[in-house]
Design a protein around this ligand. Structure first.
Ligand code: FAD
Ligand code: NAD
Ligand code: ISD
Length: 450
C-alpha cells in the first residue's frame, strides 16, 4: 500500500516528526507529461498496487493542456473536462480520477510541493505532508511569464489575463463572453497571442495585437509564411501593432480594472480586456542548487536522467540532448515532446530500455479553419522555399547550408502530406532545389508532395 516505507526514505521519516507516505515512483507535476507517464506505467509496465503517486498543484487530473486555447474557448458548446483528460490526444480514453483509483495510482491533487530533498528522497507539500520516493520523475512544466514580475506599472490590474492552467481558462472564457462587441489588446505575437486572438474573434471581440517583432510567430515563421496568416487575421478585423512593447497599464477612476495600455513609443490603446502571452518560464525553483541546470531548464542526459541518482525529468522543464542534431542541448515547450519524453523516461525508470530519447522536433497550431504542422529544425543560415498560397495548402521547406532538407511545414495537409514531410525532416535528404523552385513558381503544392 501507499504507506509502505521503502528503505530509501527512512532517513526522511527520522528527520521529521510527520509521517511520510512512500512510493516506489513519484511523478512531480500533473500536466501533459504526468498524464502520459502514468499511462505508460500502467499500460506498458502493468504497475498497480499504489506503488505510484502523481502529485499536482492543480485541482483536476492531468489534461491535454493545448485544448485550453482552442476548443475550451472556441467550440460551441465549449469543450470541458472530463472530455480532454490525458491521454485522449494519444488515442486513449480520458483518464479521470476513477482511472487512477482503478489502476492503484494515488492521485494527489491540490498538493503543491514546496521542498524537494533529494538526499533523503523526500518531498514536502505546502500543508506539511511528506512523500518519499524510490525514483522521481520531475514534470513541473512551465508557467506563463507575468508582466508584474518584470515590475511593469499597472500589470496587477483586473482584466489582464494569462493562460496556463484551467482556472485561468475559465476566467478568460467568462471575460471573453462579457466583452463581445468590445475591444481586447493581445500582448505577444507567439502561440498564445495568435491562438487567443482567434478565440477572441470567434467570440465577437475586436482585437489589437502588440508585439516587438516585425511579424507574428517570429520564432518559427519566415516573413513570407507569417504574411499569409496575418492576411487572414486582418480579414477578420485584427489590427497589428508591430515593433513595440507595452510600457504600462492603467485603470479609469481607480476602478482596479485595466482600461488603458500605454505602448513604449507613446500611443495609448483602450482595452476592455487584455491577454498576455509573452513567453514561458520553466518551473525549476524547487530544484535550483540541487540539480545541474542548463539553458534555464533541468539538465538531463540522453536517458532523461538528471544529475542526481534516481531523479528523471520530462517535458517543458528539461534541457536535453537532441540525438538527431549531434546531441545539441535544447529545451522544448511543446506537447509532443512532453508526451514522448514522459513515456521514454518511464521506460528508462522501469529498466525497459537502454535506447536514448530520440525526438524529432514537432510543433503545431490550430486557429480559425487553419491547422499547421512543423517538423525538424530551422538553422539560422537555412534557406526556406515556400510552395503554395494557402488555398488551402502551403508547404515550406528549410534547407541547410549543406543542401539538406532539415525542416518542413504544412498548412492544411492530408495525412499523406504530413507523413511525407515528417519523413523528410527525419531523414534529411539532399534537397532538389530546382524541383522545389519549379513547384513554387507554378504554385504546385500537390505536384511537389506526390
Ligand atoms: P505542464 O503541462 O505545464 O504540467 C506541469 C504540471 O506540474 C502542472 O500541473 C503544474 O501545476 C504542476 N506543478 C508545477 N510545480 C508543481 C509543484 N511544485 N507541486 C505540484 N505540482 C506542480 N503545445 C503544442 O505542441 N501544441 C499546442 O497546441 C499547444 N497548446 C498550448 C496551449 C496552451 C494554452 C498552453 C499553456 C500550452 C500549449 N502547448 C502546446 C504547450 C504544451 O501544453 C506544453 O508543452 C505541455 O503542457 C508541457 O507538459 P509538462 O507536463 O511538461 O508541463
Ligand atoms: P511565445 O514564445 O510563443 O511568444 C511570446 C511572444 O511575446 C513573442 O512574440 C515575443 O516576442 C513577445 N513578447 C515578448 N516580450 C514582449 C513584450 N514585453 N510585449 C509584447 N510582446 C512581447 O510564448 P507564448 O505565446 O506566451 O506561449 C507560452 C507557452 O505556451 C510557450 O511555451 C508555448 O510553446 C506554449 N504554447 C504553445 C502552443 C502551441 O504549440 N500551439 C500554443 C499555446 C501555448
Ligand atoms: O494536442 C491536443 C490538442 O491540440 C488539443 O486540442 O490535445 C487536445 C485534445 O485533442 C483535445 O481533446
Amino acid at each position: 500500500g501507499s504507506t509502505r516505507l521503502s528503505s530509501v526514505c527512512k532517513r526522511c521519516l527520522v528527520m521529521s516528526a510527520t509521517s511520510v507516505k512512500s512510493y516506489e515512483y513519484v511523478i512531480l507535476g500533473g500536466g501533459n507529461a504526468a498524464g502520459y507517464a502514468a499511462r505508460q506505467f500502467v499500460e506498458k509496465h502493468g504497475l498497480s498496487g499504489h506503488k505510484l503517486a502523481v502529485i499536482s498543484r492543480e485541482s483536476v487530473a492531468p489534461y491535454e493542456r493545448p485544448a485550453l486555447s482552442k476548443a475550451y474557448l472556441t467550440a460551441n458548446p465549449p469543450t470541458r473536462l472530463p472530455a480532454f483528460h490525458t491521454c485522449v490526444a494519444g488515442g486513449g480514453a480520458p483518464q479521470t480520477p476513477d482511472w487512477y483509483a482503478k489502476n492503484g495510482i494515488d492521485l494527489l491533487l491540490s498538493t503543491e510541493i514546496v521542498d524537494c530533498d533529494l538526499n533523503s528522497k523526500c518531498l514536502t507539500a505546502k500543508d506539511g505532508s511528506k512523500y518519499g520516493y524510490g525514483k522521481l520523475l520531475i514534470a513541473t512544466g512551465s508557467d506563463a511569464l507575468h508582466l508584474d514580475e518584470l515590475g511593469m506599472q499597472g500589470a496587477h490590474l483586473g482584466g489582464i489575463h494569462y493562460l496556463r492552467e484551467i482556472a485561468e481558462a475559465d476566467k478568460l472564457y467568462e471575460a471573453m463572453k462579457a466583452c463581445a462587441g468590445k475591444h481586447a489588446v493581445v500582448v505577444g505575437g507567439g502561440y498564445i497571442g495568435l491562438e487567443c486572438t482567434a478565440a477572441l474573434v470567434i467570440n465577437g471581440v475586436r482585437v489589437t495585437m502588440v508585439f516587438p517583432e516585425p511579424h507574428v510567430m517570429a520564432r518559427l515563421f519566415t516573413p513570407e509564411i507569417a504574411a499569409h496568416y496575418e492576411r487572414i487575421y486582418a480579414q477578420k478585423g485584427v489590427n497589428f501593432i508591430k515593433g513595440t512593447v507595452v510600457d504600462s497599464f492603467a485603470d479609469e477612476n481607480g476602478s482596479g480594472q485595466v482600461k488603458y495600455v500605454r505602448l513604449k513609443n507613446g500611443p495609448v490603446l483602450e482595452a476592455d480586456l487584455v491577454v498576455v502571452g509573452v513567453g514561458a518560464k520553466p518551473r525549476t525553483t524547487l530544484l535550483e542548487g540541487a540539480l545541474a541546470m542548463e539553458a534555464r531548464g533541468i539538465k538531463v542526459d540522453g536517458h532523461l536522467r538528471t544529475s542526481h541518482a534516481d531523479v528523471f525529468g520530462a517535458g517543458d522543464v528539461i534541457t536535453f540532448p537532441l540525438k538527431m542534431y549531434g546531441n545539441r542541448m535544447a529545451r522544448v515547450e511543446h506537447v509532443g515532446h512532453a508526451r514522448q519524453s514522459a513515456m521514454h523516461a518511464v521506460d528508462v525508470m522501469m529498466g525497459a530500455t537502454t535506447e536514448p530519447y530520440d525526438y524529432l522536433p514537432f510543433f503545431y497550431s490550430r486557429v480559425f479553419h487553419l491547422s499547421w504542422k512543423f517538423w525538424g529544425d530551422t538553422p539560422a543560415q537555412a534557406k526556406t522555399i515556400v510552395v503554395g498560397e494557402m488555398n488551402p495548402k502551403l508547404v515550406a521547406v528549410w534547407i541547410d547550408q549543406d543542401g539538406h532538407v532539415v525542416g518542413t511545414f504544412i498548412e492544411s495537409g492530408t495525412e499523406h502530406d504530413e507523413n511525407k514531410l515528417k519523413e523528410l525532416a527525419r531523414t534529411r535528404p539532399k534537397a532538389n532545389v530546382a524541383r522545389l523552385e519549379e513547384a513554387a513558381a507554378a504554385n504546385d503544392v500537390d505536384g511537389f508532395l506526390n
